[in-house]
Design a protein around this ligand. Structure first.
Ligand code: ADP
Ligand code: MG
Length: 617
């Protein structure tokens, strides 16, 4: 190739001069993105050629293989990127690499000049990606020959300072070859390892072979644009390992495309395990955003809501506009549309999986429940869908079985108006505590909740499918078939109960808001209930927020007049024995312990010794 003697020097358009000034004179940490830009231009040129060939246009050098070749040379300190795409005619060169037509590109240059230089890595999305070559090159020489048979080859050169030259070239083959004469501080880009690493990061899915010094480096296919039935399970797994940096297989895989209202291809995975659960810190978002197979945003925090940060995969949308910067991406209507569509489809997918493969869904639930709960508690727009994904243990489930709210509805009693749930630290604690007694007796199912967030979600929800959601420890529960039961023969008389209640309120004072006879106790002597509008777990939550809170409440104390402890207490009281008061205080504390609401144990422990002392006599 010999450079022709007729060499013309031309000025860049003003905006390009400004852009180049920024590109050349600032130090960017992210300058490796120049390679993504040049490769994506090469891929575009090859894609266009494929199109022209399909439309039966006559094409120069018909038989050249469609590929991108990269050569590194540490002697001449050059990096050369060649493609066999459509190339450019002289007029096209002037137009494409000398002027900016898009108003969006101009606005981008303006944006950079206003001090937002860190946004330079968005250069590709603003139709000026080519100029990023000057981040690493002190001089760029570009050889190109158009696919149009009558066109001549051209050589374009520039040092990025205001002007460029164009000359005619002799015997070029179709396509474009860009030689970057690397800056002294950019010599790392003459190393093939560096180049391969960058290609893996940004350009793995470019649909044409990319060779570095003759070796093909992009071996993973962009599966998301393929048809589902053209992809094997092994390919999916390999792909997942690649994009998620994982060593195992995914738990779920969801491959889908959407045509309306937007064109989207997506391939999403749920990993086998959730490391956030083990306290390894908050997961980073795991979905990458692509536009026609070229990476736009890695680990996008915009494409899915935060509570789906455990999802890995790829979303590709052709509609991403050129002029989109980080800030505008955050609140762009298009991005929120994509997010809405993807989130909706993914939740629907989970629901289907739960129905189709309950065992697998259970595995998912054990590991990823925290995210579904986070969503249900914080994302009002998705709450209704998320609530259907919740799973619980219940008084009627087998120990390792989980039920949904729908399962509960399906088997609840005809005359039952509400769904009941009850919080406790463990299944055993709930089942041995006093709160469940009445439900056991009436054969009513109670959902067990083990975390405060469960109660938060259910109480916020208020009702499900027209049925109230009620915490089983709340005061004034109205249960079905509720009829005054005759007190057992040997229970205390009305009169005695009345004066016992009065006495208890007097002795317990501020610590209780009310003392009353219980209609729900069967085996326990006493129970505390949260005042109207509160639940025990709300009280626990308040205490979690304010650790200084010595006691919660005051709560309602209910006593069981059939219980021998209560009867003996009354007898002692009637005799005027001062030990009756000690026993009464202990009964309240025991009830508070059952409720998980006793935080200051000192009084209680000392009193226990006092009681032991007497018992051991
Ligand atoms: P964009 O790719 O967004 O259009 P660029 O600054 O990257 O912006 O490139 C500008 C234009 O230069 C391209 O649209 C294309 O017409 C032309 N071009 C760049 N590189 C090549 C190439 N390798 N082959 C053919 N044309 C190219
Ligand atoms: Mg480009």
């Amino acid at each position: 190739m010999s450079e022709n003697a007729v060499k013309e020097t031309k000025e860049f358009q003003a905006e390009i001069k400004q852009l180049l000034d920024i590109v050349i004179n600032s130090l960017y940490t992210d300058r490796q993105i120049f390679l993504r830009e040049l490769i994506s231009n090469a891929a575009d040129a090859l894609e266009k050629l494929r199109y022209y060939k399909l439309s039966k246009e006559k094409v120069q050098d018909e038989d050249l293989p469609a590929e991108i070749s990269i050569e590194t040379d540490s002697t001449s300190h050059t990096l050369t990127i060649s493609d066999t795409g459509i190339g450019m005619t002289e007029e096209e060169l002037v137009e494409n690499l000398g002027t900016i037509a898009h108003s969006g590109s101009k606005a981008f240059v303006q944006h950079l000049m206003e001090g937002n230089k860190e946004d330079i890595n968005l250069i590709g999305q603003f139709g000026v990606g080519f100029y990023s070559a000057f981040m690493v090159a002190e001089k760029v020489t570009l050889y190109t020959r158009s696919y149009k048979p009558e066109a001549k080859g051209c050589i374009w050169t520039s040092e990025g300072t205001g002007s460029y030259t164009i000359a005619e070239a002799g015997d070029l083959k179709r396509g474009t070859k860009i030689v970057l004469h690397l800056k002294e501080d950019a010599r790392e880009y003459e190393k093939p390892e560096t180049i391969k690493r960058i290609i893996k990061q940004y350009s793995s899915f470019v649909p044409f072979p990319i060779k570095v010094n003759g070796e093909k480096v992009n071996t993973v296919q962009a599966l998301w644009v393929k048809n589902k039935n053209e992809v094997t399970e092994e390919e999916y797994t390999e792909f997942y390992k690649f994009i998620a940096n994982a060593y195992d297989e995914p738990l779920f895989k969801f491959h889908f495309s959407v045509d309306a209202p937007l064109h989207i291809n997506a391939l999403l995975f749920v990993p086998k395990d959730n490391f956030e659960r083990y306290g390894f810190g908050r997961l980073e978002p795991g979905v990458n955003l692509y536009c026609r197979k070229v990476l736009i945003q890695e680990q996008s925090d915009i494409i899915l809501p935060e509570w789906l940060r455990f999802v890995k995969g790829v979303v590709d949308s052709e509609e991403l506009p050129l002029n989109i910067s980080r800030e505008t991406m955050q609140d762009s209507a298009l991005m929120s549309k994509i997010r809405r569509v993807i989130t909706g489809r993914f939740l629907k997918f989970l629901k289907e999986q739960a129905n189709k493969e309950p065992e697998k869904y259970k595995e998912f639930w054990e590991k990823f429940a925290m995210f579904i709960k986070e969503g249900a508690a914080t994302d009002l727009n998705r709450r209704d869908e998320l609530v259907k994904l919740l799973r619980f243990e219940s008084s009627k489930s087998e120990p390792d079985e989980l039920i949904s709210l729908d399962d509960y509805l399906e088997r609840m009693k005809d005359n039952q108006k509400a769904i009941y749930y009850l919080n406790g630290p463990t299944r055993e604690a709930i089942e041995n505590g006093p709160y469940l007694e009445i439900f056991k007796e009436r054969d009513l199912e109670v959902i067990y909740t083990f975390e405060a967030v469960d109660d938060y979600i259910l109480s916020q929800l208020g009702e499900y499918e027209g049925r109230k959601l009620l915490s089983a420890d709340q005061a004034n529960l109205e249960l079905p078939d509720h009829q005054e039961k005759n007190r057992a023969e040997d229970a205390l008389s009305d009169e005695k109960i009345k004066s016992l209640l009065q006495w208890l309120k007097e002795k317990l004072g501020e610590r209780v808001s009310e003392v009353r006879e219980s209609k729900r106790l069967v085996e326990s002597p006493a129970i505390v209930l949260s005042p109207e509008g509160m639940t025990n777990s709300m009280q626990k939550m308040m205490r979690m927020i304010n650790k200084d809170l010595k006691n919660t409440g005051p709560n309602i104390l209910e006593i069981n007049p059939k219980h021998s402890v209560i009867k003996k207490l009354n007898a002692l009281r009637e005799k005027g024995d001062p030990f009756a008061e000690t026993a009464a205080r202990q009964i309240l504390d025991n009830a508070l312990i059952s409720a998980g609401l006793l935080y200051d144990y000192r009084d209680m422990v000392n009193r226990m010794y006092e009681i032991l002392d007497r018992a051991l006599e």
